[in-house]
Design a protein around this ligand. Structure first.
Ligand SMILES: [Fe+2]
Ligand SMILES: [Fe+2]
Length: 367
């Protein structure tokens, strides 16, 4: 079946014909996967989608579309205003804009990072794929589907990088992203939280509040990458991510508000008797998703994190923001784990990159 051109601002049409074929072929597999999720509803859904305006800015349009016809595309945020790597062992060298700019020894790390990010996107759609059947309202249902199609687009964003810059390895990884399945004991998704079932709407509100917020911090750190296409694409994904967190928080707030209302009128304040959600149940859900999300940041004292930062593949939060940090080399810095407790321990700051990002996340959750 003839499909419309893939919407994009990366000039796909000017790439070698073989590569365009790979994108087209991957799109067919992607649409098959979308059908597998059962989200290929016949009815049009009110959704918004990314577009490029005539002046080149990225924005959003909205309308009623069938999900299978959603205009998934490839959108890179604007070029970085700085042109040199702002931290790590390559600080001061020009940003990498092409594959040949990336030191060959770093390709595996960078590809793994992109695959790990990409894997979370379809995973969450798989986790949430039955919830449309039990939506509390049409508004919630459309909100959920909005999150789902945008997670689909985030997968496209990572697959673009894999197919365009990583040759055969990248193509194989792109296919594998559509073959793993959340929760499958043999071919599960890469990260723990993305294999945990989401059975009800309280869970999806907690997931989008806490796990999408982990996503926000991973994307913020990735948007500091020395590989500019990765940095610019994650920048734009953050705009959609903000909506996902708002969707979750709004849901949790409504639950809390309703529970408090019901507590006033329910016999003995027992909201369960009148169909409410007791606060202790809500707390259980929050504990579950908050701790699963904390785990996503990885080991606190980490070789891997040190390497990714040193190589310039993944920065600290706001690494390039003027005035945010004084030291971007960190040859001798120290991090204090569990400060002020009997378990206090000192370690190298470079090895503490996961922990630093987790600290930012915890601060954000406490807001
Ligand atoms: Fe996402
Ligand atoms: Fe998200």
């Amino acid at each position: 079946m003839a499909r419309p051109p893939i919407p994009n601002n990366v000039g796909i049409e000017n790439l070698p014909a073989r590569m365009v074929e790979h994108f087209e072929a991957w799109r067919e597999s992607y649409l098959d996967w979308w059908k597998w999720t059962n989200l290929d509803l016949e009815e049009p859904i009110p959704l918004r989608w990314a577009v490029q305006r005539e002046n080149g800015d990225l924005g959003f349009d909205s309308g009623n579309v069938k999900m299978l016809e959603y205009p998934w595309g490839i959108w890179l945020g604007p070029q970085k205003s700085y042109r040199h790597i702002p931290y790590g062992d390559h600080m001061g060298e020009p940003l990498w804009t092409e594959r040949q700019d990336i030191p060959a020894a770093y390709l595996d790390d960078l590809r793994r990072l992109i695959v790990q990010q990409g894997d979370t996107e379809p995973a969450s759609v798989e986790q949430q794929r039955y919830l449309g059947l039990t939506a509390p309202s049409d508004h919630d249902r459309a909100g959920l589907f909005q999150v789902n199609v945008e997670e689909g687009r985030h997968l496209w964003a990572m697959v673009y990088l894999l197919i365009r810059y990583f040759g055969k390895d990248g193509r194989d990884e792109s296919d594998a992203l559509l073959q793993r399945r959340s929760g499958d004991p043999d071919t599960g998704r890469i990260l723990g939280a993305f294999n945990n079932p989401i059975r009800d709407w309280l869970a999806v509100f907690c997931f989008t509040t806490f796990t999408d917020r982990d996503g926000k911090y991973q994307l913020r750190a990735e948007s500091e990458s020395a590989f500019e296409p990765f940095a610019c694409t994650t920048d734009f994904m953050l705009r959609e991510e903000a909506f996902h967190m708002a969707f979750g928080q709004n849901g949790i707030e409504r639950v809390v508000k309703r529970t408090i209302e019901l507590m006033k009128t329910a016999p003995h304040g027992d909201v369960k008797q009148v169909g409410g959600i007791p606060l202790d149940i809500l707390q259980k859900y929050i504990n579950e998703w908050y701790s699963l999300s904390l785990d996503l940041f990885g080991g606190p004292d980490s070789n891997n994190a040190e390497r990714l930062w040193g190589r310039g593949l993944k920065g600290r939060d706001d690494e390039s923001k003027p005035g945010r940090y004084e030291d971007h080399k960190l040859s001798g810095g120290e991090y204090v784990y569990e400060a002020g407790t009997p378990f206090e321990k000192r370690g190298s700051l470079r090895r503490a990159m996961n922990e630093l990002l987790r600290d930012e996340y915890i601060k954000d959750c406490a807001k």
